[in-house]
Design a protein around this ligand. Structure first.
Ligand code: COA
Length: 150
């Protein structure tokens, strides 16, 4: 698997980005402000992540996704580790990421990569998403904020 920055010639892997964030309008906004990296395997895009600078040496990973057939094989962890490495090399000091209270696997993954819970944005998903989101039998209402000092 090769991970590289998305170039102007590449099309945006919107199908993948929508796995992590159902709001295409929000994706279009942060993709314009951030840096997008894709993972390719056998000529197809199997993973993606986007980060945006928040200023003061901090970036936020706004979206990370692995194509469904390729999930559970360690690619998500590889993408996070690649992001951590590249973001550190670019001189940033801290990474933030947010996920839903119902995103059990994502909470496990980020903590296994060293992220620690730094806060809770209560009712974030009720305020920002018109549709009801349910995962693992739990309604997604709060955003769990996690951070990692590089
Ligand atoms: N409990 C405990 N650990 C869990 C878990 C659970 N329910 N679900 C996943 N994990 C662990 C895995 O065991 C693995 O840890 P290990 O390396 O110690 O074995 C780790 O999380 C990462 O697994 P990995 O195979 O690298 O993840 P992945 O390739 O499936 O990618 C996502 C993870 C989240 C990127 C992927 O599932 C995805 O694209 N989901 C849809 C989009 C999404 O939700 N994006 C995030 C939005 S916040």
């Amino acid at each position: 698997m090769e991970i590289r920055q998305l170039s102007h010639q590449d099309s945006i892997p919107m199908d993948l980005l929508l796995l992590a964030d159902p709001a295409e309008e929000m994706i279009q906004k942060y993709i314009a402000r951030g840096e997008t990296y894709i993972a390719e395997h056998g000529g197809i895009v199997v993973g993606v992540y986007i980060f945006v600078s928040l200023g003061e040496g901090t970036v936020e990973i706004m979206n990370i996704a692995v194509r469904e057939e390729f999930q559970g094989k360690g690619l998500g962890k590889q993408l996070i580790l690649d992001a951590m490495n590249g973001i550190k090399q670019a001189g940033y000091k801290r990474i933030e990421i947010g996920t839903g209270n119902s995103s059990i696997g994502q909470l496990a993954l980020y903590q296994k990569c060293g992220f620690r819970i730094s806060g809770i944005d209560r009712d974030f998903f009720l305020r920002n998403y018109p549709e009801v989101i349910v995962e693992n039998g739990i309604q997604c209402v709060d955003m769990i904020r996690l951070s990692l000092v590089l």
